[in-house]
Design a protein around this ligand. Structure first.
Ligand code: URA
Length: 471
């Protein structure tokens, strides 16, 4: 058995390993012992410099990839890495020159895993080092604190030297520190965190900048945490902003969507709402509050979203909220709603078990004296609002849909519907295989003649009975 004590750097190990190979020492015959301040004279069998440094080291041929990988694996924290590297080296130079291609070999697998872990750490250091300016001997010096997982400070130093060649800087860490004075790199022992500055006068600028470039529409929380694991957060000044930025992201995205929809639509045709992907009616209702996809929101009190049980078998679609609904924020609570309630009860259909909504979710009106007079929604109003209706249906998936009037039918079928000729029959629409169209209850309220009103009301109830039969 041979103990090889060596300075734990890749270069020193390489020298020692070459000597061991030349002496035909098999992997099982060697104990690799790192030489360090905490073990100055532990060389039980060989003095490290006698073994490796004072004797010429012969050369052996190994694949280039192995050398690059070995240089990185040498940075790994695992003390077994030196033995593993030598085992690999031995096999590569003893009849297994293509060993690295055998990825299922346990030693190769271990080597590749260690390499991966070091590469990741190297990448994280490049991404997460944050310099703070301090004043040193009358000049600016930039100091960063980083806690690597492996011993990568030396390995990564040339990258920072090339990237920040014009600055003077230090990267401090618990194990090792690297310094660049504009001319040369130097290394010192590690220091505690308290040696590193906490902030500087430009930090608030950086935080403002970070807050501005943070794109809430591109937040992928899991990907973000995989890329920026929490263990690095404590040393990243911008990490303090992240929880609030993530929290605000959904409402900022909604606003962005609405602003852009508003810009597209202006006061003309063409805009369309962009609901969130959510399958939750409460979330959809909340998002619809801020909808500016068409200009109707400007004169309305509020968005009147649908209401009813999320597992409703029946969805009733009206035209748009009226004056009472606009004020109450709920569909069909005014005179048309009262008539609808009465007719549903007569037909044996429970309103409370149905989800009631409208094709257009803002009250469209024009002033007449002190009164707000209902104005029929146009094609562009229906089109702008249809994504909300589609989002409601995507969530509800009802068994039956009842359209009240032409506007509701146009939105649900995606085409013009002749209500009087198509009423009462079951048809497949864009949102449901069993869709029935009938007249709007407010039409019944406008019939002056009592007899025709009664007759129309009976037909209306008959249509509702057809709905009840499907349920
Ligand atoms: N008319 C409708 O179409 N919907 C309502 O919510 C109220 C009246």
């Amino acid at each position: 058995m041979r103990q090889i004590t060596f300075v734990p750097t890749f270069a020193a190990w390489q020298k020692a390993a070459r000597r061991a190979l030349a002496d035909s020492l098999t992997p099982d015959e060697i104990v690799w012992e790192e030489w360090g301040v905490d073990q100055p004279a532990l060389a039980l069998f060989d003095e490290h410099d006698e073994f490796a440094l004072t004797r010429p080291s012969p050369r052996f041929r190994v694949p280039k990839d192995f050398l690059a990988m070995a240089a990185r694996v040498a940075c790994h924290r695992d003390l077994q890495r030196w033995a593993l590297l030598y085992r690999m080296l031995w096999r590569l130079t003893h009849d297994e020159p293509r060993l690295l291609e055998i990825t299922v070999d346990p030693a190769v697998y271990e080597l590749v895993s260690m390499d991966k872990s070091v590469r990741r750490d190297v990448h994280k250091m490049r991404a997460f080092v944050r310099f703070r300016q301090v004043h040193h001997a009358g000049a600016a010096w930039y100091v960063a604190w980083f806690e690597p997982e492996h011993r990568i400070i030396e390995y990564n130093a040339p990258f920072f030297r090339d990237r920040f060649a014009q600055m003077s800087w230090s990267i401090l860490s618990p194990g090792r520190c690297v310094h660049w004075d504009g001319a040369q790199l130097s290394f010192t022992d590690g220091v505690p965190r308290s040696e590193a500055p906490d902030g500087d006068e430009v930090e608030s600028l950086w935080l403002t900048y970070y807050g501005n470039i943070f794109n809430p529409a591109r937040v992928k929380k899991h990907a973000m945490q995989a890329e920026m694991p929490k263990r690095y957060w404590k040393n990243l000044p911008e990490a303090t902003l992240i929880p609030a930025l993530l929290n605000d992201a959904p409402s900022r995205v909604r606003k962005m969507r609405n602003d852009s929809a508003e810009k597209t639509s202006g006061d003309k045709e063409g805009g369309a709402a962009v609901p969130p992907d959510s399958m939750d009616l409460a979330a959809l209702r909340e998002a619809a509050r801020e909808c500016h996809a068409c200009p109707l929101w400007k004169n309305a009190t509020q968005t009147v979203f649908g209401e009813g049980p999320p597992d409703a078998a029946l969805v009733i679609v009206g035209e748009q909220p009226g004056d009472s609904e606009d004020l109450a924020g709920r569909p069909f609570v005014g005179p048309a709603g009262e008539l609808l309630d009465r007719a549903l009860a007569e037909a044996g259909v429970e309103r409370a078990e149905a989800y009631v909504t409208n094709a257009v979710k803002h009250f469209k009106w024009e002033p007449r004296g002190k009164r707000r007079i209902h104005e029929k929604p146009g094609r562009s109003d229906i089109a702008a609002c249809r994504p909300w209706l589609a989002a409601e249906f995507r969530t509800l998936r009802p068994k039956v849909v009842l359209c009240l009037g032409a506007t509701a039918a146009a939105s649900v079928f995606g085409r013009q519907v002749r209500v009087l000729s198509e009423r009462g029959t079951v048809k497949a629409s864009s949102f449901c295989d069993q869709t029935i169209v009938t007249v709007h209850p407010s039409m019944l309220l406008r019939i002056p003649d009592e007899a025709s009103c009664k007759e129309q009301y009976e037909s209306f109830v008959a249509d509702l009975r057809a709905v009840g039969k499907l349920l």
